[in-house]
Ligand binder design. Structure first.
Ligand code: GLU
Length: 587
């Protein structure tokens, strides 16, 4: 988590952010009945509605939307990556999560990203086979469909196969993302062939077809998840990781993945993280994502204040400080739960939150980085004697990419789903013959440790993804989630505060300028925010903004209204705007 300006070198540039707004073809807010969906892609939202209209449930529709996003938004997500799905099952009245985060191949060790004892260059590792984790997306979709869906891969992949075969019109954002990644993409022959024209980004307006990705989906449709994890597609993935398909005169480090790594990959069904806030039950993603725990801890800290009664800047001051404290704990304690015994019960305890809250000055921004607290006395299990030494975690680059979307159905099932290939365009390697980009998720490890997020064989790198479902009186009330690396956590947190405490309707809660404090020297803010009245009120309390303002996370949400209707909410502006649809419009 170095300053974001550094992050920009390997991905997003401000030129994307400052694009003029396209004319919106599809609405970013829709209210109605039946199922609903909000994604950043018009095609993906339509795919979800198509599946809902054919009688599929929210889980079926989520896989359909995700597969379509893999075609239309291939630089943020796809079958070459992984993710986290939070599902509310109406019939069972319970929330479950599916962790299909990438894993480090069995060849990995804590020194895999060290050279001569020092961390390797970040960008060099990104654009290589070394950064590629064993992809989890297809196994995640399989678990979702098999356990909770009602349709087959063949049915739910059909809309995405159509879009990939028929083609879709490249938009400004798409073209700019390619332009920003030209250098990375030029390294690899397959990627250049798909996304560059004479070495330059495919221009907006081009109709792009991806027959190879359609083929990959067709094989999964025909043979299920095994088509991905065993046989020719698995062989092509391993070959692409270990011998990247280089363009003439280019070089990239090779990875060390085996067919066994793929065949052995398992998704995990995990219990959600749960906390309560202002009468809502908030369910989020547990480790290996830090998203759920960190959002919950910050909410627990904020619960002790009457934010509603405060001027907005005062409430935002407390939001920033709570986030700072929660991030200090996140960095110190959280990682893959199969490798790290994190004190989660302590971190989620309301008494612990009260202790953290006492560190906040109500009128002044803290001047130093926050230290991690000691949640161990607040663990239920007091017998834990092996406690990690407090260490200042090395702060790695974390980037701004990924996609989040949300779907519900007429029966009340709800999905909140964030998935990614990490950086824009992941490792930059398109798998020959199959048209999808491989992730660079392993750069989410801390290259030089220390624990808890040091690379290890089979381990999942710590994530920040925070797909969230909130219930009130036992019924779904709203969903929220966002892309954006570690800013995902702050976007989810700030949107909840905007919505529940500052009284904004969800579209305004999402649209409001974002402030992201991640226990860094200066909070990240969006372009145009510094200098606003609100910013000045916070500056008067001592808050500082990073020098490079940048767009933070394109969020998507659903709100379940008291009259039984549902409102789907996407972005009006960020990333060119998203598409919110309902099965039956109320208007
Ligand atoms: N790899 C990031 C995470 O898991 C998401 C990628 C991004 O949004 O930059 O938190």
């Amino acid at each position: 988590m170095k300053p974001i300006a550094k992050t920009l070198a390997c991905g997003l540039s401000l030129s994307i952010i400052l694009q003029p707004l396209p004319l919106l073809a599809a609405p970013p807010v829709s209210t109605g009945t039946g199922g609903a969906v909000a994604t950043i892609s018009e095609e993906a939202s339509k795919s979800a509605i198509e599946i809902l209209n054919k009688g599929g449930n929210a889980i079926d529709a989520a896989v359909a939307a995700a597969a379509t996003l893999g075609v239309t938004d291939p630089f943020s997500c796809g079958i070459g990556g992984g993710g986290f799905m939070v599902i509310y099952l109406a019939k069972d009245k319970r929330v479950i999560t599916i962790d299909h985060r990438e894993t480090a191949p069995a060849s990995f060790t804590p020194s895999s990203f060290l050279k001569d004892g020092k961390p390797m260059d970040f960008d060099t590792v990104v654009a290589s086979g070394m950064s590629v984790g064993v992809p989890g997306t297809v196994r995640g979709w399989h678990e979702a469909l098999d356990r909770y869906g009602s349709m087959s891969f063949r049915q739910v992949l059909a809309p995405a196969i159509n879009v990939a075969t028929r083609g879709f019109k490249v938009g400004e954002t798409f073209s700019h993302l390619v332009a920003e990644n030209e250098t990375k993409f030029q390294n690899f022959s397959t990627t250049s062939a798909l996304y560059l024209r004479n070495g330059k980004a495919v221009p907006a307006g081009t109709v792009l077809r991806n027959q190879a990705m359609a083929r990959a989906y067709r094989e999964i449709a025909a043979r299920g998840e095994k088509a991905f994890y065993e046989g020719p597609m698995a062989e092509a993935i391993v070959e692409a990781v270990n011998h990247p398909p280089l363009a003439a005169g280019k070089s990239a480090a090779a990875g060390n993945m085996t067919l066994a790594d793929l065949a052995n990959y398992e998704a995990r069904i995990r219990q959600p993280v749960h906390t309560t806030y202002r009468g809502y039950d908030i369910y989020g993603m547990p480790q290996p994502s830090s998203g759920g725990v960190t959002v919950a801890e910050a909410l627990n800290i904020l619960e002790g204040y009457d934010l509603k009664a405060m001027p907005r800047a005062q409430a935002e001051h407390l939001y920033i400080e709570a986030s700072r404290l929660a991030f200090a704990d996140r960095n110190a304690y959280l990682g893959d739960p199969e490798y790290v015994d994190a004190p989660v019960a302590g971190l989620l305890s309301k008494q612990y939150a009260a202790q953290r809250r006492a560190l906040i000055d109500n009128g002044r921004a803290s001047t130093a980085l926050a230290a991690a607290g000691d949640p161990y006395p607040f663990q239920n299990d007091q017998s834990i004697t092996l406690r990690p030494q407090q260490q200042q975690a090395v702060r790695m680059q974390e980037s701004l990419h990924t996609t989040h979307f949300t779907v519900s159905d007429k029966d009340g099932n709800v999905v909140s789903y964030t998935f990614t290939i990490e950086s824009w365009g992941g490792s930059g390697i398109v798998v020959p013959g199959y048209g999808f980009l491989l992730n660079n998720e392993l750069t989410d490890f801390d290259f030089s440790g220390p624990r808890p997020n040091v690379p290890e064989a089979g381990k999942r790198p710590r994530s920040s993804m925070a797909p969230t479902i909130a219930l009130k009186n036992g019924k779904p009330a709203f969903t929220i989630g966002s892309p954006g690396g570690a800013t995902i956590i702050t976007t989810v947190l700030q949107t909840i505060v905007n919505y529940l405490d500052l009284g904004m309707p969800m579209d305004q809660a999402i649209e409001a300028p974002r402030i992201s404090e991640r226990n860094i020297e200066a909070s990240t803010v969006e372009p145009g925010y510094a200098g606003s009245d609100n910013a000045r009120a916070l500056e008067a309390m001592g808050h500082k903004w990073g020098e490079k303002p940048e767009q933070i996370g394109a969020a998507n949400a659903l709100v379940f209204n008291p009259d039984g209707t549902v409102t789907a909410v996407s972005e009006a502006k960020r990333l060119g705007g998203g598409t919110a649809l309902v099965q039956r419009s109320a208007h």
